[in-house]
Design a protein around this ligand. Structure first.
Ligand code: ZN
Length: 391
């Protein structure tokens, strides 16, 4: 039996409704977690769930949940976040929330038995930009720390890719395999301040030159290890004392490395250390590398990835598997319950901006793939005892 079809006009209309809450004069959306607009959006979501015949509730932190009145656990959780960065587009987070409502609503209208084994959520503070935020992913973290998580059998999130890879490859849908690990480093080069005219090149200990050579070495270093699975950035560079006529005696770089596996991150860490130390030596400087933070790789459940891929292939033949290079609530969920994600492309790879866009037909394909995958997973999971994920 074919699964029921989601309503494309209703999905797109609801997305437009939600986009109007917190929209500024130039079109950018301002729904930072806890702001008036964010709370208004959560009220609107609760109301929309009620209209769809769902029972809603809001937990202590502000996550909004919905399920059928006859719902019984364990449930597959579908959702994303309702907050935004300042000046956001209309899809990041909102798309996954509105699509989750549309999926459950369609199943309820069709009298589909899977409806009673699905719950939907609009998470609180994924973005982490509010003044009192604890760095984001607050709603999913609170859910995983609460007794409610014991009712959740698995989690599935639909999201825009937020990068250019899918569009460039002509793809419609992706089964997401996991979320990259992110490591940040402070790299300090120490040399000797000196007169920029009187000190000849070959007798300098130029910390600025050592740091910029290290910054330039980062890209080829990553590409040599793995062209696809690694990406890195030097986001900030400072020289001291910072004057045109003084050879810098001290320079620092802020480096971020993202990788799809722990092995790749490990290899990058040790190669970076070797190469940066060699560069420092060649420049008569010393090099110190300190890890500032490390978020581990989140690997999604292989069975869910397979189910998502197979159901995506029912909607389109332009389907791939890929890792997410941006963070999501799914990374928190994946350390507590089996988790998966579906991506649709982002036009020109733009996100966190008013230009964020995905063609309507791909938004509709994504929501239908979410329904198809949810039906399979909810029915499978309802028959199984809840499987804990090893921490
Ligand atoms: Zn997001």
């Amino acid at each position: 039996m074919n699964n029921p079809a989601i309503s494309a006009p209703r999905l797109l209309t609801e997305l437009t409704h939600l986009a109007q809450i917190g929209q500024g004069p130039t079109g950018g959306i301002h729904r930072v977690a806890g702001s008036k607009a964010d709370l208004a959006a959560r009220d609107w979501l609760s109301k929309t769930m009620k209209v769809a015949g769902l029972t809603g509730h809001r937990d202590e932190i502000g996550n909004v949940f919905g399920r059928t009145p006859d719902s019984e656990g364990p449930r597959l959780l579908l959702g994303s976040h309702a907050d935004t960065v300042p000046g956001a587009g209309h899809l990041d987070g909102a798309y996954g929330v509105v699509a989750a409502i549309e999926v459950l609503r369609t199943l309820v209208e069709a009298g589909h038995p899977a409806a009673d084994h699905i719950e939907i959520v609009a998470f609180w503070d994924e973005e982490g930009v509010a003044a009192d935020s604890n760095g984001g992913l607050g709603g999913s973290t609170a859910l995983c720390d609460s007794p409610h998580i014991r009712d959740i059998s698995a989690y599935l999130e639909l999201h825009v890719e937020q990068g250019p890879r899918m569009e460039a490859a002509g793809l419609d849908l992706s089964a997401v395999t996991g979320i990259v690990g992110v490591e940040r480093y402070e790299v300090v080069m120490k040399g000797q301040e000196n007169h920029a005219g009187a000190a000849p090149f070959h007798l300098r200990a130029d910390a600025g030159r050592a740091a910029t050579r290290a910054a330039a070495a980062l890209m080829p270093l990553c590409q040599e290890i793995d062209r696809e699975g690694l990406i890195a950035n030097v986001g900030s560079c400072s020289f001291s004392p910072g004057a045109a006529n003084v050879v810098p005696g001290h320079a620092s770089l802020q480096v971020e490395i993202r990788g799809i596996s722990d092995d790749l991150l490990e290899a990058t860490r040790s190669t970076m250390r070797q190469q940066f130390e060699r560069i420092a030596e060649e420049e008569n400087c010393s090099c110190e590398i300190a890890q500032v933070s490390a978020k581990p790789v989140a690997s999604f459940d292989p069975e869910i990835v397979r189910t998502v891929e197979q159901t995506c292939l029912k909607s389109s033949d332009k389907v791939t598997r890929m890792a997410s290079y941006a963070g999501h609530d799914a990374s928190v969920m994946s350390s507590h319950v089996p988790t998966g994600m579906i991506f649709v492309p982002s036009t020109s790879g733009i996100s966190h901006n008013v230009l964020e866009h995905t063609p309507d037909h791909q938004l509709v394909l994504g929501a239908q793939a979410l329904l198809d995958a949810a039906v399979t997973l909810a029915e499978e999971r309802a028959r199984q005892p809840r499987l804990a994920v090893a921490a």
